[in-house]
Design a protein around this ligand. Structure first.
Ligand SMILES: [Mg+2]
Length: 219
């Protein structure tokens, strides 16, 4: 087996990678869109919007359904999602051990998420992971003009952390995120929790459990 070069920096997506939020968040999204007259199931929300920013959801609903969502959409979504997160959100199994392994190997890491800074902080706090992420290593789609699938957010994270794109490894779980990492010129590993593996086929490798990631990173 070829030896895998260790990355200089590991960039984590948040939802579905660090925190197990996607089923909760997409159930909220499906209910809300259905209430706005765009009938949507949780599975459809996962398929069409997972990994994207609120701006992407708004644009796709306009494009596919011809509906302009009301201006209250973003606030209503965040209010309902945050309440559900406070009640039931947990970390993805094995994440804490993976972060320990990176610290032991002296490899820095950061988070680059389509969520707002408020959402990232709330989910990391609720799951007890916030102490593992200093303010300076949290990057949100709010920090760039174009969110995933554009490469901008991953490129910003790499630049601020002081690494070239080719030295970065991205951990993602959505097709939008894999596309963004590829466009940024980074290697990317795909978590197949909620996404059919075929939709993450552009990733360098896929994994079903966090315990598989250290080997993928050459640790
Ligand atoms: Mg995700």
């Amino acid at each position: 087996m070829t030896r895998v070069p260790r990355p200089g920096l590991v960039i984590f997506d948040n939802d579905g990678v660090l925190v197990d939020s996607e089923r909760i968040a997409n159930a909220v999204m499906a209910d809300l869109l259905t209430g706005y007259g765009v009938p949507t199931t949780t599975e459809e929300a996962i398929r069409d919007y997972m990994g994207g920013s609120m701006a992407l959801v708004r644009a796709r609903v306009r494009e596919r359904h011809g509906s302009d969502l009301p201006s209250a959409f973003e606030d209503a979504y965040h209010q309902a999602a945050f309440a559900a997160f406070r009640a039931e959100l947990v970390a993805v199994a094995g994440v804490s051990d993976l972060l320990d392994a990176l610290v032991a190997a002296d490899i820095p890491y950061c988070v680059a998420s389509s969520g707002t800074h408020e959402r990232i902080r709330l989910t990391l706090t609720t799951t007890g992971l916030i102490d593992r992420f200093a303010d300076a290593v949290i990057f949100s789609s709010q920090d760039v003009a174009h969110g995933k699938p554009a490469p901008d957010l991953f490129l910003l994270a790499a630049e601020k952390m002081g690494f070239a794109p080719e030295d970065c490894a991205v951990i993602e779980d959505s097709p939008l995120g894999v596309t963004a990492a590829r466009a940024a010129g980074m290697r990317v590993y795909g978590h197949t929790a909620l996404t059919p593996p075929g939709r993450l086929a552009d990733a360098d490798a896929l994994f079903a459990a966090m315990t598989e990631v250290p080997a993928l990173l050459g640790l």
